[in-house]
Design a protein around this ligand. Structure first.
Ligand code: GLU
Length: 484
């Protein structure tokens, strides 16, 4: 049987890391086996609908390379692929009525006041109202009369009060619940829309979905879905409920963390491929300890049986490291295209930005790191003369002053201001004086950068700064040292 998976997002805003993980795993399960990956938009909760959210879904799938074989924009014969459009075909009502005929569902006409008067129970920290099956006992005539009078109604699932329901989750194993715990959940709402609870079952079945991957917040409702499958006499798909993703403090990863969505991560300068790679490892691991995977490699290696059910901690430090690895491995042109805006945000002078980019490529983890490495090119920062003193280089303020004063005329005479030309010239001076390289380079680098750490050596920096600026900075250094 051909594997068919679906990504079924609700268009409610940004792409949460957890949703992207579901999409990725669904994609990988299908592609690993040459199956089909489908996109279905679950927009039955009109109150939660957010303008622009559907565009985010498409953009994310395209950017991450999770190409869907079928979806609202690619008909594969199982459409419509948007639940609000499916509703208009009458599909949900048709199946709800089939359940009513089978005694597995019933009309409920209870108004808000009556529902408010019902007992509530606290389940998993949430207060829920357990419906008392009041309307199950309405006679055919009463139901008819209510419908004819246009009385608002919902359709509820009729769950047994005795016995148990068992289903299997690939990660959590066999789960058995007492049927008395199963609320008669609403299948069709009073606005005529199906609930997610009903639509996901009808759609997954009618769209021939074989594997359902979703967050484990759906685990507790799954027995009710299984009851629906059984009531229809349909085959239950393979369920894979994914572990929770937590932040560093082991709390559910939420907006407050500042990096809970794909868009947040892009804005923070992460590379799409690194994000996808990292998200693949939020719950899944390969047999060896390998960590860097292209999407193609993930397709080959991914095995959903190796997903762990313990919570996955979203470790931003780890993602930063991984991102740095992707940046290092990038070809220069791609890197430059992405780095340029970050460089231009700091440097407005007419300098060789490509040379600057090349200096930082192996030193950053995310693009915003660039600023801190290169800001001194734009303007010499104020610095402390103490920086000239370096134990290992055997320099102090006096030796630095001598070196700077010696090299100033040499630099003024120098016509070849390339890295190489400058290096050769300074090497000669080093040899004449019979000192170590660092003895000369350290004070020069300090004077031209004003920084303890720079992304390149003294001569590379001077090459980018150019003769005039270099000389001005050396003079500034001399002044500082003389006044110290
Ligand atoms: N629309 C649901 C959500 O976005 C999908 C759950 C599922 O995959 O079944 O959470």
């Amino acid at each position: 049987m051909k594997i068919r998976t679906r990504y079924a997002p609700s268009p409610t805003g940004r792409m949460h890391v957890g949703n992207l993980r579901s999409a990725l795993y669904e994609f990988l399960i299908a592609k690993h086996d040459g199956g089909d990956f489908m996109l279905r938009i679950e927009d039955t909760d009109q109150e939660r609908f957010v303008e622009g959210a559907i565009e985010i879904i498409y953009r994310t799938l395209e950017k991450t390379g999770l190409v869907h074989d079928e979806g609202p924009d690619k008909d594969g014969g199982y459409g419509p692929y948007v639940q609000s459009e499916r509703m208009k075909t009458g599909i949900y009502m048709k199946y709800a009525k089939e359940l009513i005929d089978k005694g597995e569902a019933y009309y409920c006409f209870c108004d808000k006041e009556r529902l408010a008067s019902l007992k509530t129970e606290v389940v998993e920290g949430k207060e829920i109202t357990v419906y008392d099956k009041h309307c199950l006992h309405l006679s055919k005539e009463e139901i008819r009369a209510n419908l004819d009078a246009g009385k608002p109604f919902v359709i509820r699932q009729n769950n047994p009060v005795e016995g148990t329901t068992t289903f299997t989750d690939e990660l959590y194993g066999d789960i058995t619940v007492e049927n008395s715990q199963l609320d008669d959940m609403i299948l069709i709402k009073s606005d005529g829309y199906p609930t997610y609870n009903f639509a996901n079952v009808v759609d997954d079945h009618t769209m021939n979905i074989t594997h359902v991957v979703r967050g484990n917040e759906y685990l507790s409702s799954s027995p009710k879905y299984v009851r629906l499958y059984e009531a229809f006499g349909w085959e239950v798909p393979v369920y894979v409920h994914l572990p929770l993703i937590t932040d560093e403090n082991h709390k559910k990863l939420s907006k407050r963390s500042g990096h809970s969505s794909f868009e947040d991560l892009l804005e923070q300068g992460f590379v799409t491929e690194a994000i996808v790679n990292y998200i693949a490892l939020l719950g899944w691991s390969p047999e060896d300890n390998r960590e860097i995977f292209t999407l193609e490699e993930l397709i080959k290696e991914f095995d959903y049986h190796r997903i762990s059910k313990s919570p996955a901690v979203f470790d931003i430090v780890k993602l930063r490291w991984m991102n740095g690895e992707y940046i290092k491995a990038m070809d220069f042109d791609t890197f430059y295209e992405m780095a340029e805006p970050y460089i231009k945000a700091v440097i407005t002078k007419d300098l060789d930005l490509k040379k600057i980019a090349n200096m930082v490529k192996t030193r950053i983890e995310v693009f915003p790191d660039i600023a801190g490495h290169i800001d001194f090119f734009q303007e010499l920062p104020a610095y402390d003369v103490a920086m000239y003193t370096h134990k290992k280089m055997k320099t102090d303020t006096a030796s630095s002053l001598t070196v700077l004063k010696d090299v100033l005329p040499l630099l003024t005479e120098q016509t070849d201001f390339s890295n190489d030309g400058l290096y050769q010239m300074l090497l000669k001076y080093v040899e004449e004086k019979g000192v170590k390289n660092g003895y000369v380079m350290w004070p020069i680098r300090t004077a031209v950068s004003g920084k303890q750490m720079t992304p390149a050596g003294a001569t590379e920096i001077m090459e980018v700064l150019g003769k005039e600026e270099t000389i001005a900075r050396i003079q500034k250094g001399i002044e500082l040292l003389e006044n110290a």
